[in-house]
Design a binder for this molecule. Sequence first.
Ligand code: M6R
Length: 366
Amino acid sequence: EKGGYDHFMLKEIFEQPQTIYDSMRGRLDAPKGTLTLGGIREHMDLLKNANRIIIVACGTSWHAGLVAEYMIEELCRIPVEVEYASEFRYRNPVVGKGDVIIAISQSGETADTLVAIDSAREKGAIILGVCNVVGSSIARISDAGAYTHAGPEIGVASTKAFTAQLTVLALIALKVGIEKGTITAQRFQHLLDEMNAVPDKVATALALNDQVHKIAEKYKDARDFLYLGRGYNFPVALEGALKLKEISYIHAEGYPAAEMKHGPIALVDENLPVVIVATKDSYYEKIVSNIQEIKARKGKVIAVVTEGDDTIPSMADDVIVVPAADELVAPIISVIPLQLLAYHIGVSKGYDVDKPRNLAKSVTVE
Ligand code: M6R
């Protein structure tokens, strides 16, 4: 049942070229330049004209929501807020007609997310569900939505569901953007081609498994880790840190790289591994300076970089090279080595990575 893998988590990590493809199948036809999302078609006018979009989710799904915020604001020019379902639900949020809520949930059963959308709907908001489990409670309560089609996820740490969420959210942003006219036909086609190329690039990133395993052995006894990224890769840093916490019980924090100097840089010394997601994008020069700041304080830099980059590899202690991609789709690829890193550190410490202590696959209590 684990398909020859030692753990479900590893099996699910390795399934990603297929699951990402599955999440686009029947929707994206890049050579023809078409994108079809049956589940949201009848709500397209509401989406295009939304006053704002509020994304509600928890955990890894919340991280996918943060990436979606950047995508939707850039491609659709609609203001987006990303909320922890538990916080959104318990305060008295300003929400109503004209607002579109996107609920992101692998299980579709997370109690906080479920209750949050229920009360928003009563106030007149439209709910779109982005769920993995077909027929789940959140999917059923939503007005419309799109399934992620990643297949059953058994490992408690979410991996393939996350990349499927990013994929579907990118497709939604692209569809709304082209319908609304907030992106050019040229950029639309370019991004369709980029999405189409993601499964192969993820397969290339997975081939780094042995190399990431060695890096894991080198740093597995660290007490803390810092994860940094900027722009589209900032939520990837948060996700990398969450994976490590869950699976290896090592304290890890994710931060936007530029926030470092507002506090966390005080933690940096020769014992602190700092994982930096530094692929080539519009923030590249800035992140090079952030790496200099860490090296000046003797931190150990593990950098995820784009192929062809020779600047960061000359500065970092360890380098993980991933294929080049448009910055909008880069998170789907750059998260892969971080999933593998957490997996190998957890396994090398002897933990049950499929069932980490204190955690349940779906949190059905508020
Ligand atoms: O099923 P959901 O996507 O609603 O679950 C949300 C979180 O509970 C979930 O992502 C959790 O953080 C995972 N253990 C992360 O690996």
